[in-house]
Design a protein around this ligand. Structure first.
Ligand SMILES: Nc1ncnc2c1ncn2[C@@H]1O[C@H](COP(=O)(O)OP(=O)(O)OP(=O)(O)O)[C@@H](O)[C@H]1O
Length: 761
């Protein structure tokens, strides 16, 4: 080891952190100063808010850079040398010379792509490992074989650093991989933002982590476009979102909305659950048609008429009149609530005509006596009639998405009877599968915001009135110290002197301080700049309709693995998902190396899939641990204690362990595993967690104990996929605890332990 090289890097890193501290202090001071400045006008307030947002964003990035700020160095053959950083930092000189370049910059690409065959102009690539602000290791790769300079740190650097990262104990939170992105992953991360990119790959191939780095890259490369519209990352459940939630902030990116589909209808908390069969029915594309027809059912005509009381005698809103108004309203092509005024106006016109015919008719067959002004007067009176309002409400009622879907579920229409029975529900909490239905309903109904706008105007008037009151009080209690001075010429200005009530009211209006992600989360119609969908194979056809509405530009990255589909409503083929929206204009890429699961575990998991598909080939594992997964046979009465014993044996001092078991066993197992986190949103940072196979999706742990694999297999129509997911979550060790016979597909590859061996003492 060359201490001189070490020393040089340490000096560089020390200097770099000093510059980081300087930048951080500067940003902190700027935020503080801005916050204490009380500007009077709107403009000043706006400028202050922009400055605070900008500097806060910088601060977040500087704080993110604290750990592993610099992780590599590129030495080019032409003498250029660049240090690589999690974020880019420049010197405080006239040229603002880069100290470290951002890993996303073009010049950083050879760090990930250069090989001995294709050195991309590189002479040497250095991996720098740090702990806090100290350099702990250097690994150099020589890419120019004619270069004879040696530093003493040469070796197969990339492998050493990658394997160290893969072997490290898990923390319950995903980490970024900027230091070890592999070439096939880099190409996906930096692919163009346009169009739909599908990233497919088996378990542990890095689909999720690559998708997150892609979000960071896109925000860097297309900042103008994406910072404004925002990026949405959709994940399968809240625990998964918590698991991946620290990756982007660690890369200095905070403006991304992470959400499950259930959270995408503002104002609705989908806390209910559906049966697998109901989820499947609700997810079918045919639901869109059923809902559209259900909305039309609410556009009715009277049989034979509705009587409208009028001073000049009863008017008749008859079937033909309503049919004519309905056809005209439908012809506008507007959603139900927005077409409603068109229906109402046609009805009012027709009733006005009926009345005019009655009271203005010339008994001798001449033209009607009433002129345009008379007709307008009659129309106005009819438009104000309570009877007319009630009739319009009856024939074309205003509807909210919640009303419509609740009514639909209580008595499902336009579906085969068997499907209708499966989803029938009167009341109860909204479920995740209801959210796309609500969104579909919102599209079909449209939002007639005239009432909201009127309310807003009324509120504004109220604010003005309040501000006038404040001014009056201010005037009444003005200071009299200068009583002798003519009030008109007073140099002491009071609030009443410089603002009128309207401007003062405006000043008190709340400016929108929310970030793009926050504003997007609160707005159902927000169009995102890019959407990333993880575990995309799980989403139903109805969910795709919702997501496509949120991304009219179709700039999307979809990652998933059809072999892991667990949801009954999930899709089996990308073509089937995408065809309705982009035809065949989408790109498909594959990741083929498993970075998570050691070869020994993967062999066992592959056996499960091979039972259905003998030709199945799992992604090749990058590591093997030499430890065979274990099968523990337990007495049915002893299952929970046997699981507890296995957990006690395998749980390490460091790292995380997950027990993956069918939900029906959770109560019994939780009692035997005190301290294990479980429930709908388990805390994955705890040493032991108890999950069902669906909750385990996308996650990873050092050790995994799969309980009753036979029940997992039989538990759902996609039981094979669920078991495959459960078995592929471990980075180090896997154990299976079972009562009764081990399923046939698991008999190969597992080292057996008998009941006696695992019976608690
Ligand atoms: N280039 C890399 N360097 C270091 N770690 C990596 C790399 N690529 C992937 N990993 C690690 O491998 C593990 C698996 O990655 P990830 O969860 O993204 O896989 P996945 O394909 O989404 O898996 P699954 O489909 O099973 O959920 C993670 O711990 C990730 O950090």
């Amino acid at each position: 080891m060359s201490t001189e090289e070490f020393q040089k890097e340490q000096e560089f890193i020390t200097g770099l952190y000093a510059r980081l501290d300087e930048l951080r202090d500067h940003a902190e001071a700027a935020v503080q100063t801005a916050l204490t400045q009380v500007g009077a006008g709107h403009q000043e307030k706006l400028e202050r808010d922009v400055l605070v947002a900008e500097q806060s964003g910088l601060l977040a990035a500087f704080n993110a850079g604290e750990n592993g700020l610099c992780f590599g160095r590129l030495d080019f053959q032409d003498g250029r040398q660049y240090h690589m950083g999690r974020i880019g930092i420049r010197q405080n000189d006239a040229d603002r010379t880069p100290l470290v370049v951002d890993w996303r910059a073009d010049v950083a690409r050879p760090f990930y792509l250069a090989t001995g065959y294709s050195p991309m102009g590189l002479r040497r690539r250095r991996h720098i490992t740090t702990e806090g602000r100290n350099v702990t290791a250097l690994h150099d790769e020589i890419l120019d074989l004619t270069d004879t300079t040696r530093t003493g740190h040469e070796g197969s650097a990339a492998d050493t650093v990658l394997l160290a990262a893969l072997d490290a104990a898990r923390s319950g939170r995903m980490h970024d991989i900027v230091q070890t992105i592999q070439a096939e992953q880099d190409r996906i991360i930096r692919a163009s933002h346009q169009g739909v990119l599908v990233v497919e790959g088996g378990p542990g191939t890095g689909k999720t982590v690559v998708a997150l780095h892609r979000a960071a890259y896109l925000l860097y490369a297309y900042r103008d476009l994406l910072a404004r519209r925002g990026v949405l990352i959709v994940g399968p459940n809240p625990a998964f979102l918590a698991y991946i939630g620290e990756v982007l902030p660690s890369l200095g990116e905070t403006g991304v909305l992470l959400a499950t589909v259930s959270e995408l209808f503002p104002g609705v908390a989908a806390t209910g659950t559906d049966t697998a069969a109901a989820t499947e029915v609700k997810g079918r594309a045919a639901m869109a048609d059923a809902l559209a027809r259900f909305v039309r059912d609410h556009q009715s005509v009277p049989d034979p008429w509705i009587e409208i009381e009028h001073d000049d005698g009863t008017l008749f809103l008859d079937r033909a009149m309503a049919e004519d108004a309905r056809a005209a309203a439908r012809q506008t092509g507007l959603p139900h609530n927005l077409a409603r005024p068109h229906f109402a106006f046609r009805i009012i016109d027709a009733l006005t005509e009926q009345l005019a015919d009655r009271i203005g008719a010339d008994p001798y067959g001449g033209p009607n006596f009433l002129g345009p002004d008379d007709l307008a007067q009659l129309g106005k009176a009819i438009a104000l009639s309570d009877d007319v309002h009630a009739a319009v409400d009856q024939l074309w009622p205003p509807l909210t998405p919640q009303q419509l879907v609740a009514e639909f579920l209580a008595d499902p229409a336009h579906l085969p009877a068997i499907d209708a029975e499966l989803i029938r529900r009167d009341g109860g909490a909204w479920t995740p599968a209801d959210v796309p239905l609500l969104d579909e309903a919102a599209e079909l109904l449209g939002q007639d915001d005239s009432a909201a706008r009127a309310a807003e105007e009324a509120e504004r008037q109220q604010r003005i009135a309040y501000a006038q009151g404040v001014l009056d009080v201010a005037y009444a209690s003005r200071t009299y110290e200068f009583e002798d001075i003519d009030d008109e010429k007073s140099e002491v200005l009071g609030a009443h002197d410089i603002v009128d009530a309207e401007r003062m009211a405006e000043r008190h209006e709340e400016a929108d301080h929310r970030s793009t992600a926050e504003r997007a989360a609160a707005d159902r119609t927000w169009a995102f700049g890019h959407i990333i969908v993880d575990e995309a194979q799980e989403l139903s056809a109805m969910t795709w309709r919702l997501l496509m509405r949120r991304c009219p530009t179709r700039s999307m990255t979809l990652v998933g693995d059809p072999a892991q589909t667990g949801d009954a409503a999930g899709c089996d083929s990308w073509q089937q998902i995408l065809e309705p929206y982009v035809g065949d204009r989408w790109e498909h890429t594959r990741l083929g190396v498993n970075y998570r699961t050691p070869a020994e575990i993967m062999e066992v998991a592959a056996g499960v899939r091979r039972a259905e598909d003998p030709a199945f080939e799992p992604p090749g594992s990058v590591r093997s641990t030499g430890t065979r997964p274990l099968a523990h046979a337990a007495d049915p009465d002893d299952l929970a204690p046997a699981v507890a014993k296995t957990v006690a044996e395998l749980a390490g001092a460091e790292g995380r362990l997950a027990v993956v078991a069918p939900t029906a066993l959770h109560e019994e197992l939780a009692a035997a595993l005190p301290g294990a986190s479980h429930g709908p949103a388990p805390d994955l940072t705890r040493p032991v967690v108890l999950l069902d196979p669906r909750q385990a999706k996308g996650l990873e742990f050092d050790t995994v104990v799969v309980v009753e694999p036979g029940q997992i297999l039989a538990g759902s129509p996609r039981g094979t996929n669920d078991l495959y997911v459960a078995l592929t979550r471990a980075t180090q060790q896997l154990a299976v605890v079972h009562t009764g016979a081990l399923p046939e597909c698991l008999r190969e590859g597992l080292a057996r332990r008998t009941k006696e061996q695992i019976r608690p003492a």
